[in-house]
Design a binder for this molecule. Sequence first.
Ligand SMILES: Cc1cc2nc3c(=O)[nH]c(=O)nc-3n(C[C@H](O)[C@H](O)[C@H](O)COP(=O)(O)O)c2cc1C
Ligand code: SF4
Length: 668
Amino acid sequence: MYKYLFSPITINKLTLKNRIAYPSLGLLYSYDGKLNDRYVNFYLERAAGGAGIITVGPVGVDFLGSGLLCLSIADDSAVEPFSKLTQGMKDAGTSPFIQLFHAGRYSHPILINNETPMGPSPVYSQYTKVTPREMNKEDIRTVQKAFAGGAARAQRAGFDGVEIIASAGYLISQFLSPLTNQRTDEYGGSFENRTRFAVETIKMCREALGPDHVLTIRMAGNDFVPGSNTEEDAAAIARVYEDAGVDAINVTGGWHETKVPQLPMDLPRGGYAFLALNVKKAVSVPVFASNRIASPEDAEQILADGYADLVNLGRVLIADPEWPIKAQEGRADEIRPCVACNQGCTDRVFTGQPVFCVGNPRAGYEAERVISEVSVPKKVLVAGAGPGGLEAAVTAAQAGHDVSLYEKAREIGGQLWLAGAPPHKNDLWEFVRYYRAMIYRTSVKLHLNTEVTADLIRSEAPDHVIVAEGAEPLVPPIQGVDDSSVIGAWEVLSENPFLGKNVAVVGGGSVGLETAIFVAHKGVLSPEVVHFLLAYEAMDPARIRKLMFSGSTSVTVFEMLDRAGKDVGKSTKWVLFDNLRRFKVDVKTSTRVLSIEDGVLTWEKDGKTGSKKFDQVILASGSRPKQTLSKLVESLGVPFTTVGDCRGIGRIQDAVHGGFLAALALSS
Ligand SMILES: Cc1cc2nc3c(=O)[nH]c(=O)nc-3n(C[C@H](O)[C@H](O)[C@H](O)COP(=O)(O)O)c2cc1C
Ligand code: SF4
């Protein structure tokens, strides 16, 4: 099974047991640059999951380039704690790598004691909103020595491999790019000059490590920033790296300033593997592919098709550290999915908070959230198979309880089916795949098409009921909400009905905006048709592009607040709004809907009223908790817990984490 994925590979003199690498991902588990138990537990659990490489990182080589939120290896005091970690990781069967980090102009004064960050040239950063100071020759030498010092310490601390970060727009990318490097000395201008900083840094690290120790570099396969390095440049840069002495090249996408998504669901799975192939064609050292490599099938195909020699599994190993073991044992269905939502990881890092995972309640809580076998199992009835009920049922069963799960619909999943319906959101249905497999694995007794009633509870006689009855749509107090033109967003997302040419969405929160895109997407060219038309040069590419975003329905969103999408995370909001713009969805903010009559919607904005006839008006005004069942269970005197939306409207993580914790609490 997965013969490429699980075949060994030798890099320099290091033989890895398989082709799976966990790349560097900032976790923000300490605010003093030091390792702590939370970090150690996180990495050890991933080390035990079966990956060939686990990269600890980012690890700063000096304070100015990394600051308070990043681990540090800037001095010798870091060696001992890292040594303990690497030994533990090796004992668990993985090869520990470290990523040496310097952010350059991406450092922020807040994180570096209000000092000014430095970069090759004083070019303002859209990402940090700061202009760095220009590095002088002494700064350059100091930073290069810091990289070499970090490499030497990393080797002493037992890391099998040392990776230099030269991607994502950090310091080395800044030297490489004509946009951020406007120097006129030997470090700027020509290609050779712009690569000089990287080449010297690689050579100094190589010298520090000796010829036999693995040294790798992480690079952007295309900066995806107009005027910066492209794929062609990336191939040439990779050749320079190989000549300078790296043993492997880790290829990812663009920069933080890039206006092409790097992480959200919009990036197709394995979407940047072609960048790795481009580099692979240029060099003879092993190449890693990266970004959105989700399933064992995807990973195997990337290797089998020759895109790369190794695959990076970043967020998927946050979501499920045992991904490699499960794949190898033929249990891929049981892999907890990473759905590329970014809500627990990227959004957290962007707001300076520790990383968790929406779908894995244990990520970042490895020590405290442990499922232990109970000595006295309880008979547990779970009512409702949305994400909260599913997680509760599976976790309770894993702890040894006798669990029956009741769902009145004909399928498990609840609101996941709605959340996953809009374009680029289908990955959310992966949760359903996972829970189906886990229900089977843990022998939860699943009863579909069955409503939980007083009689059922009496006949089951459970010791405990977990109520996960979910939510119901909120109907806003608007005159005419019962007009025949009015339909609920949930109905639109689940039934996908014909809606007409002109549609209004009332409510500009995440559900309203996603529903708007779902509707605006109707009637656009499918990817296959786009491919066909382009392949045969059948039409002007500009016209094809237009038809990709111009379908059968025009959509207008009405939002009362001054901004739409207030509940959408930072890392995905710009992608959502880009999509709304492409589909020409008209988002009206600070606009209150007054009435709906025969499809004519009347609104008020800035004291003025307006009205327009729509073929259909979709209500997306939020939801409210259902509490029918909890009241019933309470009246029967059976101990119970509520989880998910029926406890309080929340996000998927609230349901999943709540379900998990409710199941753990059964044992206390
Ligand atoms: C929260 C977070 C922090 C990250 N930090 C780093 C980093 O410090 N260095 C780095 O090279 N890449 C970093 N990345 C990028 C990841 O290594 C990886 O390339 C990216 O998540 C795409 O791979 P994935 O889809 O497998 O997660 C980070 C990504 C996330 C989500
Ligand atoms: S929070 Fe979302 S994107 Fe991040 S690892 Fe978990 S599922 Fe993946």
